[in-house]
Design a protein around this ligand. Structure first.
Ligand SMILES: N[C@@H](CC(=O)c1ccccc1NC=O)C(=O)O
Length: 296
């Protein structure tokens, strides 16, 4: 896709499974990649994005990360020496009533995923990237909306209470932008399509919703994350008409209760999907995370 090509960066699209959505987009600086990896200091990070779209919207793809990557590649405070590469993850989607698929659709193109398919794919994608690039814990994981839930679930996955997939190295920093953190609370406040997509993805059992929601995780985020920086940034826009501030508040309180003090940013601007579509604010949040990680 031509939009994925960004000046100064090499673009690769890779499959981590047979389904067409089991793919990752990777952008690396033009330099010889092997040299870059061999000489990159320990404090250089992969910047990895998980898009939103309520686990089902086929209009959200790996390309949602293109505008933020363009802005990051142009920032003086995110030099090549601090960035090993950028990656954007796709994952199998649940059915969307506005995008019905013909019964003859091949299995590898069907949108018929149910939890835990989405988080299994995200974890598989991270394992694939770790195998290919040796990422380890040196990554910043960004999630937007449902991607914010998935990013937290990558950490939750290492706890016995979840364990959807074999554990992978956990991120040095997690950024949840307009993140879905508490399905029960979100559905109680909004009903309608929120209930429709939550039930479509997780079924009707609210105890399942609680078990999968980051804010009501049965484990302890600090314990499961173990040693390391464990930096969390939660960021919402007051202009977002889809994800409200209580969704951030409840996650902030939860992390504090677990012994992690997140950076909470409540003054992003723009509507829900315009945050990534415009991109500068996502880039600024990543710059903030990398600066914090590099503080001695
Ligand atoms: N465009 C989506 C809706 C959507 O993405 C959404 C709606 C409300 C709250 C959060 C949302 N997305 C989070 O990933 C849909 O049509 O299902």
């Amino acid at each position: 896709m031509s939009s994925a090509h960004i000046p100064g960066l090499n673009y690769t699209s890779l499959q981590y499974g047979d389904h067409t959505l089991q793919r990752v987009a990777v952008w690396q600086f033009d330099d010889d990649d092997d040299t870059q990896e061999a000489h990159a200091p320990a404090s250089a990070y992969w910047i990895i994005f998980v898009h939103g779209g309520a686990w089902r919207d086929p209009r959200n793809t790996v390309d949602d990360f293109v505008p933020p990557v363009q802005h990051m590649a142009a920032r003086a405070d995110l030099p090549k020496s601090a960035i090993r590469g950028f990656a954007s993850l796709d994952y199998r989607l649940s059915p969307h009533p506005q995008f019905p698929q013909d019964p003859s659709t091949p299995a590898k193109e069907l949108h018929n995923a149910r939890h835990p398919d989405h988080i299994r794919d995200v974890v598989s994608a991270l394992r694939f990237l770790d195998g290919k690039y040796g990422i380890g814990n040196n990554y910043v994981l960004i999630g937007h909306s449902a991607g914010g839930a998935l990013a937290h679930q990558v950490v939750m996955n290492s706890d016995a209470s979840c364990g959807w997939a074999p554990a992978v190295p956990l991120p040095a920093a997690l950024i949840s932008i307009s993140g879905i953190h508490d399905l029960r609370g979100m559905v109680a406040r909004h009903g309608g399509i929120y209930e429709e997509f939550t039930t479509g993805v997780f079924g009707p059992d609210k105890q399942v919703w609680d078990a999968v929601s980051p804010a009501t995780f049965a484990g302890n985020f600090k314990d499961v994350w173990g040693d390391g920086p464990r930096l969390v940034i939660l960021a919402n826009s007051a202009e977002d008409t889809l994800i409200d501030m209580p969704e951030l508040d409840v996650m902030e309180a939860r992390l504090i209760a677990d012994g992690i003090t997140p950076i909470a940013i409540r003054d992003l601007s723009l509507e829900h999907d315009d945050i990534w579509r415009e991109g500068t604010q996502v880039a600024a949040l990543v710059a903030k995370a990398v600066a914090k990680l590099q503080q001695p």
